[in-house]
Design a protein around this ligand. Structure first.
Ligand SMILES: NC(=O)c1ccc[n+]([C@@H]2O[C@H](COP(=O)([O-])OP(=O)(O)OC[C@H]3O[C@@H](n4cnc5c(N)ncnc54)[C@H](O)[C@@H]3O)[C@@H](O)[C@H]2O)c1
Length: 298
């Protein structure tokens, strides 16, 4: 089986042959989870799809399920009863315990409502942390209590480098990602020791999706990261390829890690391409001789 990916044609390696998975967060065809689900099935997996009821009504999750010959099971990832039901129904439909789970969930009401980081609404912050990070703990705890994941199973959540470094506009999602990565370590220890289940986060380049475009100045962030990364930004398809390796048996001793799929961005300081673009901006400013503008919230 082949699938076209921009200029290259990739083979299917059947890396997930016979494996059963659950994929959270496929909202529409731009979603990173969407690409991962498609890629996982190409690699021989069977899986169920899940998202919130509201997202399923707005989004196109059912279309993907039809295409992949599977079912959608609604679950709010912050609701433990929903998660319990999701794992039970998934094992029932797929005919056995689960081998891999993808957590691809992020949402901040503070970002949505443009609350500045120095003026957060704390109810919103609780929601950000619950949806974007604590849901990962809830998912892992539920799976473990049900003993729903096979030995050498693999759980991956998607993260962003703002967990380590400060990015303008990323707001309270930075704190959520820091917590998410910490949960991967803390639960990875317990789940690894007891059941040989591995838990990792993949820190992905900025990617044009519904969640991504909610971030302030996202188009410029995308351009900046592209110029800074020696290999360029990683696309959603490339994130899918990487996640497949983590779900496969080829990475059985990889756990408790935050793994960067970012074209090298996270280890860069300054690149020639970014510097050249910055110089152009400086020339324009000196030509116009405009007084510096005051941005209180920048
Ligand atoms: N797009 C980027 O630039 C980028 C970069 C790095 C990491 N990520 C991460 O990738 C993941 C997926 O985001 P995406 O960019 O594909 O955007 P997306 O908007 O397609 O996906 C976000 C998903 O979260 C789901 N969701 C929100 N609240 C939920 C809840 N309570 N329960 C269950 N699901 C819920 C949404 O319905 C949606 O499907 C997120 O964790 C995001 O932070 C994105």
């Amino acid at each position: 089986m082949h699938h076209k990916n921009s200029e290259k044609t990739f083979m299917s390696y059947q890396l997930l042959k016979g494996k059963r998975g659950i994929v959270f967060g496929a909202l529409n065809s731009e979603s990173i989870a969407w690409k991962i689900a498609e890629r996982a099935v190409e690699e021989g997996a069977t899986l169920t799809l899940t998202n919130t009821l509201v997202a399923m009504r707005m989004g196109e999750t059912q279309n993907l399920a039809d295409k992949l010959n599977t079912i959608t099971i609604p679950a709010d990832a912050t609701n433990v009863d929903d998660l319990n039901n999701l794992f039970i129904q998934s094992m029932d439909f797929l005919g056995g315990k689960i081998d891999f789970v993808l957590h691809s969930i992020g949402m901040s009401p503070n970002v949505r409502k443009e609350r500045h980081y120095s003026d957060l609404d704390y109810n919103y912050l609780n929601k950000t942390l619950d949806v974007s990070a604590i849901s990962f703990h809830k998912m892992l705890q539920t799976a473990r209590k049900l003993d729903a994941i096979n030995e050498w199973g693999s759980v991956v959540a998607l993260s962003y480098v703002a967990a380590q470094r400060t990015f303008y506009g990323y707001n309270d999602m930075a704190d959520a990602k820091a917590l998410l990565e910490s949960v991967a370590r803390s639960f990875g220890y317990i789940y690894g020791r007891e059941r040989r289940v591995r838990v990792n986060t993949v820190s992905q380049s900025p990617t044009l999706t519904t969640a991504g475009s909610g971030i302030k100045g996202f188009d410029r962030l995308l351009d900046f990261a592209e110029r800074m990364s020696p290999l360029g930004n990683a696309s959603a398809e490339e994130c899918a390829d990487y996640c497949i390796t983590l779900f496969s048996d080829l990475t059985r001793k990889v756990t408790m890690q935050n793994l960067f799929n970012d074209g090298g961005f996270s280890n860069m300081g300054m690149s020639l391409r970014a510097l050249q673009q910055y110089e152009k901006g400086l020339q324009i400013n000196s030509d116009k001789d405009t007084p510096p503008q005051k941005h209180i919230f920048d």
